[in-house]
Design a protein around this ligand. Structure first.
Ligand code: CO
Length: 422
């Protein structure tokens, strides 16, 4: 039996999301499996999860093998639980080819949190494709976040390139080192040093912590960016220093709040291929609105009617971009409803891209939420689609390509109609 569709989300996905948000750990596990196995529902599920993006504090924990990262993550989880916060742990191991092995690790580690649904631990092994690991980790984080986890701990096995990509998903990243590394600190790749918001000297009771600290400071002084990330000491077995570490994470987070952070893997589009195409402004009457714009020196170069959107549009070239005045043909049209709800004003921003279909497919794979269900053909025969404001920082974003001369649809050039005439 086919699922009924509600706002493009099937009942099965909506129900899974609801149970997951209610704290049901089995549903969370099932949702992650759907995503990991790229099941047909996964795109809709990820799109639905998008509404909760950014709600969790994401802490990355990386460092060379043997630094005691797992113990530290467990202690952090314990301390967060003491504070009454729920935790999702994502342990990423790109060296392990089989998820089965990783799951065994889960079971061993879970024992410390038996009966506590407030800690959910998930391991992820290599997905094969290069760069696929970070993308998959991003999706799993998104699901955990939608499930209402307050804090996500993203732990990597080592400090390989894939693992660095994974911890870039975090808001704050800890680089965990241990005494006895000494000069080895210098052997860490610069990329690893740069990713660290906080240095943690774990197993500090071993002695030699001061040496590691001196090495880190020496490395930092060589760095061109004068960012001197704080250095903390912990004993992960006893939990000593962990509350102080969490406090340092919180202050680092506040410190960083001013800086913007990508919450997802960067989308693989060359930036130079994208440019601002136009700004769409919803108006009640093009004829009235154009008076001002023409008074300030702009000129309308085309007035068109897009039947399937029930809208008249007027384009006014402005430097390298354009203003698009949008007048609804009916109150029930998209622009008509926008005017009723918000009044006149900026309706959307349009970005030109060379291959609209390719970008649509790519964003769909990323789980981006759309406002149009497919690529459409609009004014002037341009192919376009809309990204939902929930995925674009609150702005309705139009992606528009070049005119496909061969398939100009029900669009009429209407310079002679009543629309837009003064
Ligand atoms: Co537009």
């Amino acid at each position: 039996m086919a699922d009924k569709q509600q706002n493009g989300i099937s009942e099965a996905v909506a129900s899974l999301l609801q149970r997951m948000r209610g704290g049901d750990v089995r549903s969370l596990a099932r949702a992650i499996s759907l995503v990991e196995n790229a099941m047909p529902e996964s795109a809709a599920l990820l799109a639905a999860c998008e509404a909760y993006a950014g709600s969790a504090l994401r802490i990355g924990v990386t460092g060379p093998p043997g630094a005691g990262k797992s113990s530290l993550v467990d202690q952090l989880a314990r301390e967060l639980r003491r504070q009454g916060r729920t935790v999702g742990v994502l342990a990423v191991d790109p060296t392990s080819p089989y998820t089965g092995g990783a799951l065994l690790g889960d079971r061993i580690r879970m024992q410390g949190f038996v009966g506590d649904a407030g800690v959910y631990i998930r391991s992820m092994a290599s997905r094969g494709a290069h760069g696929g690991l970070a993308r998959m980790a991003a999706s799993v984080c998104r699901v955990m976040e939608a499930a209402g986890r307050d804090v996500l701990l993203i732990e990597t096995m080592g400090v390989g390139q894939d693992e660095i990509e994974v911890v870039r998903l975090a808001e704050i990243t800890l680089l965990v080192l241990v005494p006895g590394m000494g000069d080895d600190v210098q052997s860490l790749k610069a990329g690893v040093m740069e990713v660290a918001d906080l240095f943690v000297i774990n197993k500090a009771d071993r002695g030699g912590a001061e040496l590691v600290q001196a090495e880190i400071i020496a490395m930092q002084s060589l760095s061109e960016e004068a960012v001197h990330s704080p250095i903390l000491q912990t004993e992960a077995i006893s939990g000593k220093g962990v509350p102080e570490l969490l406090a340092a994470i919180e202050s680092a987070r506040q410190h960083r709040a001013a800086r913007s952070f990508p919450s997802a893997v960067p989308i693989q589009v060359t930036h130079s291929e994208l440019r601002l195409d136009h700004l769409g402004i919803a108006v009640r009457s093009i004829a009235q609105a154009r008076v001002f714009y023409e008074a300030m020196g702009l000129a309308v170069d085309a007035i068109e009617t897009v039947e399937h959107e029930q809208v008249h549009t007027a384009m006014l070239p402005l430097g390298e971009t354009r203003l698009e005045l949008l007048e609804p043909m009916t109150d029930a049209s998209t622009i008509g409803r926008f005017l009723a709800k918000r009044g006149e004003g900026l309706h959307h921003i349009a970005v030109h891209c060379p291959d609209v279909d390719q970008l649509f497919a790519q964003l769909q794979e990323e789980g981006i939420r759309f406002a149009t269900d497919s690529v459409r053909v609009g004014a002037g025969g341009h192919r376009y689609f809309f990204v939902h404001p929930a995925s674009a920082g609150g702005v309705l974003l139009e992606l528009v390509g070049d005119a496909a001369v061969t398939d100009v649809p029900k669009v009429s050039t209407a310079n002679s109609s009543h629309v837009g005439q003064r």
